[in-house]
Design a protein around this ligand. Structure first.
Ligand code: COA
Length: 152
């Protein structure tokens, strides 16, 4: 930080954000595979021009996969993750989606505050089980979680 006041802003990602998104995912040890495809439905947080956070939604029919929720360590614990997740869930609800799933190895205790609950991987909607994140990017040890949007 340079000591100057910087305001964090949120916006839909642009295709030109891909390299910065990949750097952020790498810094957070999150899978990069499939990130290019999710850019059109990804929200990003910026401080000035610097991309500091992101959250993506992969839509499969009436359900979606929330993925790549990430902030650089210096920007954590400031409700920026909460803002990104809540904006994504509001968007999913606006689209009329029924359920949002996610897979996580590191944050299964973070997402319950938004209404997500842990589920057995076998209970995940078939469309999600065909996603790149499910089939290739996330290890089988990742915890599956679901949020029913009609309940929020
Ligand atoms: C998970 C993550 C996005 C949370 O973002 P954030 O902006 O720091 O979180 P918020 O400010 O909205 O919320 C802070 C609260 O969440 C808790 N929290 C943050 N990360 C957590 C985690 N991985 N597991 C459990 N709780 C977590 C904090 O302890 C804090 O709790 P409090 O409200 O009781 O004080 C961020 O820590 C991150 O980028 N982690 C690395 C990438 C990752 O694991 N992503 C999730 C998998 S897709």
């Amino acid at each position: 930080m340079d000591g100057k006041e910087h305001t964090v802003t949120f916006a839909w990602a642009q295709l030109t954000d891909l390299p910065a998104v990949l750097s952020l995912l790498s810094a957070c040890s999150l899978p990069a595979e499939g990130a290019d495809a999710v850019i059109p439905t990804m929200l990003v947080a910026r401080e000035g021009k610097r991309l500091i956070g992101c959250a993506g939604l992969e839509v499969y029919g009436m359900v979606a996969l929330l993925r790549s929720v990430a902030l650089y360590p210096a920007y954590r614990d400031q409700q920026l993750g909460q803002h990104l997740v809540q904006a994504m869930l509001a968007h999913a609800k606006q689209l009329g989606l029924l359920e949002v799933y996610l897979l996580t190895e590191t944050a299964s205790n973070y997402f319950p505050r938004f209404g997500f609950r842990m589920i057995n991987r076998a209970a995940v909607a078939p469309a999600i089980q065909l996603s790149v994140e499910w089939t290739r990017a996330c290890p089988v040890s990742a915890q599956a979680m679901v949020l029913h949007l009609d309940a929020v």
